[in-house]
Design a protein around this ligand. Structure first.
Ligand code: SG7
Ligand code: ZN
Length: 266
């Protein structure tokens, strides 16, 4: 069974709105974050997080990225632009075919080699991730730009398991506790705006918080991401333009429209 959506010619971002009408909405993500659009965001509420490394359980290949599921107990995010407490649900990554692209958000048109997303849901107002995803303040996603440089040691706890999830539908345990907080840049300011999921169904339920400073990962680590397959081990290779590899999985930017992007220097 081929995926009903993806990133190639037949099922890519241009086609999503036919099956997922929200993809054509006015509050879509990602966006190009442009200096001319920025509004200062002055707050004395510091953005803060608390994660439980022992609850970072397993990595899987859903066919379009790698994804780490988290037992959210005790893992939360609050402050900054957020009202209430948001609990960590999962984190995953986007990348490109070459190091010149791969991030979903761009800054003044500049692309990074990749972007990590830590997805949280509003447990102050809603009772589950699925319920929260129906409301405009339901989810909060932290975005971290990736650039090629030194090997990232915390991320390597995932990378070393990716050979066990080469095919769609595969899962593997993460063998040592992984601290999601160690994936975030230190002392970085951030941009924040109201947006959507960047994959179908593209629901407009996300408070985006995108860190200004990138973190480094090695060329080898990035190449390991590109070796994942979008088909399951029982399927024949769909032999699309990427020969069945998840070579590229970022959605191009969409118009900011009437929205504001706030900049917090933190
Ligand atoms: C990735 O991004 C996956 C999705 C995620 C989607 O494709 O991690 O998660 C699952 C369940 O596969 O979708 C609902 C959801 O979290 C969109 O998340 S994103 O907007 O942060 N890129
Ligand atoms: Zn994402």
């Amino acid at each position: 069974m081929p995926l009903e959506w993806g990133y190639n010619e037949e099922n890519g971002p241009e086609k999503w709105q036919h099956s997922y009408p929200e993809a054509a909405g006015a509050r879509q993500s990602p966006i190009d974050i442009r200096a001319v659009d920025l509004q200062a965001f002055n707050t004395n509420r510091k953005l803060s997080w608390n994660y439980v490394p022992e609850n970072t359980k397993e990595v899987s290949n859903p066919g379009y990225c790698w994804k780490v599921s988290v037992d959210g107990t005790g893992s939360n995010l609050s402050g900054g632009p957020l009202d209430g407490t948001y609990v960590l649900e999962q984190f995953h990554c986007h990348w490109g075919q070459t190091n010149e692209e791969g991030s979903e958000h761009t800054v003044n048109g500049e692309k990074y080699a990749g972007e990590l997303h830590l997805v949280h849901w509003n447990s102050s107002k809603y009772s589950s991730f699925a319920e929260a995803a129906k409301y405009p303040d339901g989810l909060a996603v932290l975005g971290v730009f990736l650039k090629v440089g030194r090997k990232h040691l915390e991320l390597d706890k995932i990378v070393c398991q990716l050979n066990k999830v080469q095919f769609r539908g595969e899962h593997a345990k993460i063998l040592v506790p992984l601290d999601p907080g160690a994936l975030l840049p230190e002392n970085s300011g951030y941009y924040t705006y109201s947006g959507s999921l960047t994959t179908p169904p593209c629901s407009e339920c996300v408070v985006w918080i995108v860190f200004k400073d990138p973190v480094e990962i090695s060329q080898e680590q990035l190449d390991t991401f590109r070796a994942l397959r979008c088909y399951s081990s029982e399927d024949l290779c769909p032999c699309d333009e990427y020969k069945g590899f998840v070579k590229s999985n970022f959605r191009p930017t969409l118009p900011l429209g009437q929205r504001e992007v706030k900049e917090c220097r933190q």
